[in-house]
Design a protein around this ligand. Structure first.
Ligand SMILES: [Zn+2]
Length: 214
């Protein structure tokens, strides 16, 4: 019974009962008070995935993220609160800051995947040592990378990394669902290394250090 279901805990956070600062009614929604319609403070503990309405995953749906972010940031923009009370202006400002921070955390796969890991397991990924199989795989890929001598070889290598990234993403999401911390750490660390390697090799393709003749 100690296992925490992510989606359930999100629902209970969303339904937190609070007392409206204006009419003193006890309401269990955030956004606007269901009784007096004044803006209510956002629960600070709400996680970025819930706040921005995207599925928790490494592979965040950027289209939904972008769409929901723009909608929310418009909704709480200071221009919408010019005629409102100072309390509501202050609450709207804190909403905006929270929405911006959540967006920043989710638009980068590095931070969003680490965030998801710590939300599910209550431990930071960086506190877990790199598993030996991950180190071996990365060592082998780095070796291989050193012997790339043509653009074609580099392109094939990029393709190989992309396939491995897809596998790591799928395995990580499965491990999150299964609440398997060791497996999740393994595939998330693999993913982060692969992602970095992919960026580096792509960069090198744009500015190749090897002979262009194939
Ligand atoms: Zn109220």
């Amino acid at each position: 019974m100690a296992a925490v279901n992510l989606s359930m805990s999100n629902q209970s956070k969303a339904a937190t009962r609070i007392i409206c600062w204006n009419c003193q009614e006890i309401v269990c929604q955030f956004g606007n008070c269901s009784s007096c319609h004044k803006l209510l403070p956002q629960p600070q503990e709400i996680d970025p995935f819930t706040l921005l309405g995207v599925e928790p995953s490494i592979d965040v749906d950027f289209e939904t993220l972008e769409k929901n972010y723009l909608k929310l940031i418009h909704q709480f923009h200071p221009d919408q609160f010019i005629t409102k009370s100072q309390t509501e202006k202050t609450i709207a400002q804190s909403y905006s800051a929270q929405i911006n921070n959540a967006y920043k955390a989710l638009k980068c796969p590095f931070s969003s995947s680490k965030l998801l890991f710590s939300m599910v397991f209550g431990q930071a990924l960086d506190d877990i040592p790199d598993p030996a199989p991950v180190l071996l795989e990365i060592f082998e890929l780095n070796e291989k990378r050193m012997y790339l001598t043509s653009i074609i070889q580099a392109q094939n290598f990029v393709h190989e990394i992309e396939t491995k990234i897809d596998t790591a993403v799928g395995e990580y999401d499965a491990a999150i669902t299964q609440k398997d911390q060791l497996k999740a750490a393994h595939f998330l660390k693999t993913f982060l290394y692969l992602f970095k390697l992919h960026q580096d090799v792509q960069q090198n393709l744009l500015n190749p250090s090897f002979d262009q003749a194939t």
